[in-house]
Design a protein around this ligand. Structure first.
Ligand code: G6P
Length: 362
């Protein structure tokens, strides 16, 4: 059944491997053969009427929101703020005149996110929930719902829901941008670009051995680890570090590459793993410079780089895709590093200590 483990040793590995199929399923759900988005025009109108999108979420969904922000800004030219639900609910910033709320939640049941929705409903603001769970609380209580169609996600560490959230944000951003005649959205060939992503994911998933080897060498016994990047690569670093924390219990931090030198670089010692995402053309050279700085202090580095920008010595090469969608590929090695680190350290991959799949208390 869809919820079984099949021949897989762990749900997490199964769910990681399902991601290309989820991307293709989402194309059939949301995009027609002519490349038009199948999204309720009422949603587009409601967002178009708003002057700002507020994305509210927790954990991995929050990180998917950070990627969504650049999709909405670049493809629909819409201002976006992304907020951690537990912070936003009690320390609400001064809102724009006409806010539109997007709740990202795999389960649709996260209490931190729900308490924000209760408030925005009371204030009369329109909202959309993007969730994997039809009929969930946040779906029922928001004005609109878009489903992730990722199939049941059983492992506590979220993987396919993250990439599905980014894909659904893409569909919405493209639809919204076309609704308002933004050229970047009109020119974006969703069927083609996301099909390339699915194929690229398959390539990366067929090269697990290299990731496992790096993990054995540098993460099996380390106390701490860093992911660094800039822009979307920074958002990706946050998610990759969260995966590592959740299931391998390594103290991992996702860090803005340029900010390292302003304090955190003091933590680098002989053997500290520092892994860098290099997909943002504007900043790759600067981040490479930061890698040199940490290597000079003993760090063991891993580069995860888009094919176009790869150099001799780079370790993980991401097949070329539209740069806006690079995070969909970049996170795959991040998920696999966490998986192998957890396995090698002898932990329960699918049921990590102290964590629950869905947290229904604030
Ligand atoms: C829990 C899970 C995380 C998840 C977060 C938000 O803490 O352990 O993996 O990212 O909740 O969950 P949601 O269902 O709202 O996406």
């Amino acid at each position: 059944s869809a919820a079984g483990k099949g021949t897989y040793p762990h749900y997490m590995l199964k769910e990681v491997d399902e991601q290309p199929a989820v991307m293709r399923r989402l194309l059939t759900e949301y995009v027609d053969d002519a490349g038009q988005m199948k999204i309720d025009p009422a949603i587009l109108k409601a967002i178009d009427d708003a002057d700002r999108i507020y994305i509210v979420a927790a954990g991995t969904s929050y990180h998917a929101g950070l990627i969504g922000q650049s999709l909405f800004e670049k493809l629909a030219e819409k201002p976006v703020e992304v907020h951690v639900a537990s912070e936003f609910g009690y320390h609400m910033p001064i809102l724009s005149k006409k806010p539109f709320f997007i709740f990202l939640t795999q389960s649709g049941e996260t209490a931190d996110s729900r308490q924000v929705l209760v408030q925005t409903n009371r204030l009369g603001y329109p909202s959309l929930t993007i969730t994997n769970s039809q009929g969930s609380t946040l779906s029922r209580e928001a004005n609109y719902t878009l489903l992730l169609h990722a199939g049941p996600e059983i492992a506590v560490a979220s993987t396919k829901a993250y990439t599905a959230q980014i894909a659904v944000e893409l569909f919405l951003a493209v639809a919204l941008g076309r609704h308002t005649a933004i050229k970047a959205a009109q020119d974006f060939d969703v069927n083609h670009e996301l099909a390339l992503v699915a194929t690229g994911m398959e390539t990366l998933l067929s090269e697990k051995q290299a990731i496992e080897d790096f993990t054995t060498m540098y993460l099996k016994t380390t106390r701490n680890a860093f992911y660094i990047g800039r822009g979307e690569d920074y958002a990706l670093s946050l998610e990759a570090a969260l995966k590592l924390k959740e299931i391998s219990y390594i103290q991992a931090e996702g860090f803005a590459a340029g900010e390292l030198k302003h304090g955190t670089i003091a933590l680098i010692e002989d053997g500290t793993p520092v892994m860098a995402f290099l997909t943002d053309a504007k900043t790759i050279d600067h981040t490479r410079g930061n890698l040199q700085e940490v290597r000079a202090r003993g760090a063991k580095t891993l580069t995860i780089v888009s094919e176009d920008h790869a150099q001799a010595g780079d370790q993980v090469v991401l097949p070329n895709v539209n740069p806006l969608l690079a995070p969909l590929l970049g996170i795959i090695p991040g998920q696999l590093i966490a998986y192998y680190a957890s396995l090698q350290r002898g932990y329960d991959v699918d049921q990590p200590r102290n964590l629950a799949k869905s947290v229904t208390v604030e």
